[in-house]
Structure formats: structure tokens, C-alpha cells
Design a protein around this ligand. Structure first.
Ligand SMILES: O=C(O)C(=O)C[C@]1(C(=O)O)C=C[C@@H](O)C=C1
Length: 86
């Protein structure tokens, strides 16, 4: 059991780093959208992301879709927060 939890800890650490790296890019997107007066949400981009999402196992595909939707939701909250600043 302990060895599996160690593996999960390692994976979670990597996911955290990737999350923070993704948010660095989101900062740049928020700046661009603010400068060009664009809305945070881009439904066509989101549709494209889900169309291009390939996961063989249908159950995991459904769960990964939920996971990605949460990431996008958090990204939109962050962008709204950044745009309200200054
Ligand atoms: O691609 C964009 O326009 C973004 O703002 C990034 C992002 C994302 O986090 O992937 C967030 C909001 C949009 O609705 C679509 C995608």
C-alpha cells in the first residue's frame, strides 16, 4: 500500500508542477484577452479541446472529461481574477 501511495505522491507532485506551468500560460492569455477586449470564455476552443480528446477506455474518457472541465473552470476563475486586478 505504502509503495502505491508513494507513486501517487510522485504523480501528484508532477501534476502540481504542470498545473502551475499551465497557469503561467493562462496569465499570458488573460493579458492578451484584456488588451484585445476579448471574453474569458471561448466555447469554440473548449469544444475543439473535447473533440480532440482521445482516451481509449470510455469510463476513463468520461472521467478525464470531467477533470479537464474542472481545469478549464479554474482557468476561467483565475483569468477573471487577474482581469479585475489593477
Ligand atoms: O484558450 C483560451 O482562450 C483560454 O482562455 C484557455 C482556456 C483553457 O484553460 O484551456 C480557458 C478558457 C476558454 O474558455 C478556453 C480555454
Amino acid at each position: 500500500m505504502e509503495k502505491y501511495r508513494k507513486k501517487l505522491d510522485t504523480i501528484d507532485q508532477k501534476m502540481k508542477e504542470l498545473f502551475l506551468e499551465r497557469m503561467e500560460v493562462v496569465i499570458e492569455i488573460a493579458k492578451y484577452k484584456k488588451q484585445h477586449n476579448l471574453p474569458v470564455e471561448d466555447q469554440s476552443r473548449e469544444n475543439q479541446m473535447f473533440q480532440e480528446l482521445f482516451v481509449n477506455d470510455p469510463i476513463l474518457k468520461d472521467l478525464y472529461t470531467k477533470f479537464l472541465l474542472e481545469i478549464i473552470a479554474v482557468s476561467k476563475i483565475y483569468q477573471e481574477t487577474l482581469m479585475k486586478e489593477e
